[in-house]
Design a binder for this molecule. Structure first.
Ligand code: F6R
Ligand code: MG
Ligand code: MG
Length: 365
């Protein structure tokens, strides 16, 4: 059965501040998607949240970039925004950058990760969702899952994975894309994806069968809006087992927290902490950035699950380390590398300060 899995997310209002989604918003999203399931447009859905972002996880047979699906997601976010406005939640409707829907939510604010595939005999998937970070944050974890034998032993000892995977990388500033084959081109690939603010992994394919293995959202809110309107807070879908990495290989990169951009005011580096859905409540200094992982088995498009994959003691040490890294970064206060370099900060007072002080700068002889 050919199935489409669409994950579409938006921040339509935070509770309290940017720390969490209000239960009434999630309930409203549930009412909307139940209606579309009844009408037969969706096979199944699951609503969740990661911090202040509402996540619509949907299965259907209408393919990727389907106008009907994008419209229903948009309409759902508009209804949720109404609820957010009534409750006067913080930043109500902040990710809906346009007043009108025009065929596809890409470019209008919400983040989108969609894939179409033939549902296998058993189809385990893991959906990663992050808050207080940007779309390139999946680069290192995806590289580890699909190209690093120190993370994924299947690349070495599992015959269906031994030939490797292809990575489609997007240049988000120039709107260009390129595909790299691994393992043979890993050094070339790393030249680009090591700069995640500019180059992000959009999708990964099995090199022999060309089947889709993973897809991420690459929407960059600041580039869409031309100003700071909140962080991208990206999502990523990964198919697991068999010719793809095992569930444990897919989760393994998050056992060693890395530094990502997006903490406080979208202008700081901080550790990406793997947490349960319940604990995706960025609070300290509006963070630190969080990632959740929901696992499902698909059964003829039905989402069997979720299992809250990071709700596991095996990630306690990663959380502890992330807290220590957070302390280490906070120690730098307004200094780099905690604060992002000037041209990457989402907020800045530099133009005004320069205007005020410009004349006081004298040439150094
Ligand atoms: C939001 C975020 C927050 C805000 C901060 C200031 O994604 O990362 O850290 O940037 O709370 O928000 P405003 O400017 O709305 O007061
Ligand atoms: Mg917010
Ligand atoms: Mg958010």
């Amino acid at each position: 059965m050919k199935l489409t899995l669409s994950v579409i997310k938006a921040d339509v209002g935070g509770y309290v501040g940017h720390s969490e989604s209000h239960p009434d918003i999630l309930a409203e999203a549930g009412h909307c998607l139940a209606k579309y399931t009844k009408s037969g447009m969706l096979i199944d859905y699951h609503i969740t949240k990661c911090g202040d972002d509402v996540q619509l996880i949907m299965t259907h047979q209408l393919g990727v970039d389907c106008e009907k699906i994008h419209r229903l997601a948009w309409d759902t976010f508009v209804s949720c925004t109404e609820v957010a406005k009534k409750l006067k939640l913080y930043g109500a409707g902040q990710d809906l950058l346009s007043d009108a829907f025009s065929g596809n939510v890409k470019g209008l604010g919400p983040g989108v990760a969609e894939m179409e595939f033939e549902e296998r005999e058993a189809e385990p998937i893991v959906i990663f969702m992050a808050d207080k970070t940007s779309s390139g944050s999946w680069n290192m974890p995806l590289y580890k899952m699909f190209a690093d034998p120190f993370n994924t032993i299947g690349l070495v000892i599992a015959p269906p994975m031994h030939n490797g995977f292809s990575f489609e990388v997007h240049d988000v500033k120039e709107h260009k894309k390129i595909t790299f084959n691994t393992p043979e081109e890993i050094y070339d690939l790393l030249v680009f994806i090591g700069a995640p603010a500019r180059y992000t992994i959009k999708s990964i394919y099995h090199k022999d069968t060309k089947e889709i293995a993973a897809v991420s959202s690459t929407q960059k809110l600041s580039l869409i809006a031309g100003r700071y309107v909140g962080k991208d807070d990206p999502v990523c879908v990964v198919r697991c087992q068999g010719k793809f990495p095992a569930v444990g290989e897919v989760l393994e990169p998050f056992a060693a927290p890395i530094l990502v951009e997006g903490w406080m005011r979208g202008s700081h580096m901080g550790p990406l902490m793997p947490v349960s859905v319940k604990d995706s409540t960025p609070s300290r200094f509006d963070g630190p950035p969080r990632v959740i992982a929901l696992g499902f088995q698909l059964a003829n498009g039905k989402l069997v699950g979720p299992r809250d994959m990071f709700d596991d003691k095996a990630f306690n040490l990663a959380r502890h380390q992330a807290n220590e890294m957070a302390d280490m970064m906070r120690r730098h206060g307004p200094f780099e590398p905690h604060r992002l370099p000037l041209d990457e900060m989402e907020y800045t007072t530099m133009p005004e300060v320069m205007k005020k002080l410009g004349k006081r700068f004298k040439k150094i002889e």
